[in-house]
Design a protein around this ligand. Structure first.
Ligand code: PGA
Length: 260
């Protein structure tokens, strides 16, 4: 495997207010320091609600915590009359490293299409941040055995018009929708099948350098008890973790998978 540092990203979704966020981030950092976490083996990141970002930034920068952080969505627009939206510039100003785009919950509840997600990925890159671009099939597609062609069609669309350099810098999260929040984790072989196919597609579209560098995460019911087997797969470069990331001790164990 190339020099891809695994990215263990907690996706808090709409959980933890800014007061609670401070407690969770401090406990997480404490657990990592206690275990002598080596950030060259695994990167710990938290994707938090917008209202938590300033608090997380202050803690991470002020106390030099071994964490990166980011947001869960971004507006397509740069500024103006878009009530309720948050721009890439606003997120960059808070020193966000990452922005999740195209999570299945955004696709399902907010009608986000592959085309919108592609535009959002471009907006994040233009803002100097790294998009975590989500793809993944629903249960009917999986039952029909169509997961690979389905996800590759999503990949083609969400990466459209991006350069090899841009794709090398970003993160693709493969999250089978049937495994999200259900306790129904994909087997390590299931995860490898699709993550491997995504990497091969990136090689085909943009060349070996981009496909060696792009980080591909698995997401869906990742826990400390299943992360080691998933991470043993050659094309799984990390995890996007929902529920288990809300418990700082449990999430620390996930980040520290490489010590086991
Ligand atoms: P889960 O969520 O870990 O709770 O299944 C994953 C995600 O939606 O990113």
């Amino acid at each position: 495997m190339a020099n891809r540092v695994p990215l263990m990203a907690g996706n808090w979704k709409m959980n933890l207010n800014h007061v609670e966020a401070a407690g969770v981030v401090q406990k997480l950092a404490w657990s990592l320091k206690d275990a002598k976490h080596d950030a060259s083996q695994s990167e710990a990141a938290v994707m938090v609600p917008f209202t938590d970002l300033r608090t997380v930034q202050t803690l991470v920068e002020g106390d030099k915590l071994p964490l990166t952080y980011g947001a869960q969505d971004v507006s397509l627009h740069a500024s103006g009359a878009y009530t309720g939206e948050i721009s890439a510039d606003m997120l960059a100003k808070l020193s966000c490293a990452y922005v999740v785009v195209g999570h299945s919950e955004r696709r399902d509840y907010h009608g986000e299409t592959d085309e919108i997600i592609n535009e959002k990925a471009k907006v994040v890159l233009a803002g100097g941040m790294i998009p975590i671009v989500c793809v993944g099939e629903k249960l009917d597609i999986r039952k029909a055995g169509e997961q690979v062609p389905f996800v590759l069609a999503q990949v083609d669309k969400v990466l459209a018009d991006l350069s090899a350099e841009q794709v090398a810098s970003l993160v693709i999260a493969y999250e089978p929708v049937w495994a999200i929040g259900t306790g129904e984790v994909a087997t390590p072989d299931d995860a490898q099948e699709v993550c491997g196919a995504i990497r091969a597609r990136v090689a085909e579209l943009l060349g070996a350098e981009a496909s060696d560098a792009v980080r591909i995460q698995y997401g869906g019911s990742v826990k400390s008890g299943n992360v080691v087997e998933l991470m043993a797969k050659p094309d799984v470069d990390g995890a996007l973790v929902g529920g288990a990331s809300l418990d700082p001790e449990e999430f620390a164990k996930i980040v520290l998978f490489y010590q086991r």
